[in-house]
Design a protein around this ligand. Structure first.
Ligand SMILES: Nc1[nH]c(=O)nc2c1ncn2[C@H]1C[C@H](O)[C@@H](COP(=O)(O)OP(=O)(O)OP(=O)(O)O)O1
Length: 171
């Protein structure tokens, strides 16, 4: 992979966002995203952080809005830093949970899809997902940094907490 044109030491994502992956009995709750960034793709529920909202508050609200469920005790597992070409750069906080209240319900924003972990449809997801989601689902915390040109990933770097990175990784 070529050198990255982004100076990550000064990079600041203009758009804070969240993602949630609820895991239960070897399955993960994905959505078909019906609107917004990544419309038509398969992803976890999530979205932009509202002004004054914490990442945790946002990810709970987005699960309620998109699927009518409330995740219980979400755990922050990592961050995704997306340097984008055609939309503002995204700083995404990624959570997992094993419990939730409510019944996943299709809304105008999303269709819920329980998916066996071995059947995750990588070709229908953002290109970066295959480089951090499997590790996260095995319990590893991470920082993933990606450069996109449109919807194509041009550069990637994924660091796992197990690799001895500490302090700056996630909070
Ligand atoms: N490369 C990428 N890989 C990935 O897995 N998720 C990405 C991604 N780029 C963006 N996302 C996700 C993160 C976050 O959940 C979502 C942010 O955009 P959204 O348009 O979904 O926000 P909202 O649901 O707040 O939208 P609106 O309500 O339509 O304004 O897109």
């Amino acid at each position: 992979m070529e050198d990255c044109s982004v100076d990550w030491s000064v990079w600041q994502g203009e758009m804070p966002a969240t993602l949630m992956f609820i895991v239960r009995d070897g399955e993960v709750l994905l959505i078909e995203k019906l609107r917004g960034i990544g419309m038509g793709k398969i992803n976890g529920p999530g979205g932009k952080i509202d002004p004054g909202e914490t990442p945790l508050e946002c990810v709970i609200r987005e699960c309620q809005e998109e699927l009518h469920i409330t995740p219980i005790k979400p755990v922050k597992m990592g961050e995704l830093w997306f340097a984008m070409s055609d939309i503002p750069d995204i700083h995404c906080h990624v959570f997992t949970a094993t419990e939730f209240e409510g019944t996943p319900t299709a809304t105008e924003e999303a269709v819920p899809i329980w998916t066996k972990i071995e059947d995750i449809p990588w070709d229908k997801m953002w290109e970066d997902d295959a480089h951090w989601l499997p590790q996260m689902l095995e319990g590893q915390k991470f920082l993933g940094r990606f450069l996109f040109e449109g919807e194509r990933m041009q550069w990637r770097d994924v660091q796992l907490e197990d690799a001895g990175v500490s302090g700056w990784l996630i909070s």
